[in-house]
Write a protein that binds this ligand. Sequence first.
Ligand code: PGA
Length: 251
Amino acid sequence: MKKLMAANWKMYKLREEAGAVAADLAARLAGVLPEDREVLVIPPFTALEAVGQAIAGAPGLALGGQNFYPSAQGAFTGEIAPEMLLDAGCRYALAGHSERRHILGEDDAMVGRKVAFGLASGLSMILCVGEKVEERQGGQLESVLARQLTAGLAEVAADVSPAALAIAYEPVWAIGTGLTAGPEEVAGAHAVVRAFLVDRFGPTGSKIRILYGGSVKPGNAGQLLGIDNVDGVLVGGASLLAESFAAIVTA
Ligand code: PGA
């Protein structure tokens, strides 16, 4: 399975800038994207079309959505359906990002509904999990990950295709703070996630990608990608510039 290198642009960039950065990224990666890497750009909804056009035809680059509501359509003001993301060219979507859990108040049950509904709709899903600093300090790393994974994957079929599901381990204390988890912390948490996946899905669980996220930068990406069970990265701040994200992708 290729390493999945994902850029989460959060609530940054108007259409023109988004399209220009995506085009710059595609140009920088043309001919140099390593065979074992797959690149995903996850812009705000309003920039999906511009980014989709900019990366159309670029081998190895795909488009993703940051969020959706788990229903096909309906009276859900302010929400967007998986089919709308697919219609805009998305192949992937995130669920359970820590900002949605902790700022927007999304609970484990809603995250689980999104993962299941997104998969059923034909999106590949990236389920984000991760502990807060006080949970880590309180020795709750394993129990928090187990709770988030159990709920997040509750309705996922045992025969899910490993290409359609990824987990992003993002310690909340490392997101946007400049603090990166150390190699032992990353290896330990990813081993917990891997053991859960193998227990839940059998041999398929060893093929589901586990991404690391939290202050990934050009200077630490290579080391992170060399750690056992790190099958890609989910990058926020350092993905906003084509130069730094291209350096991460090729690290
Ligand atoms: P960061 O964000 O790279 O800015 O820490 C990561 C994320 O939230 O996915």
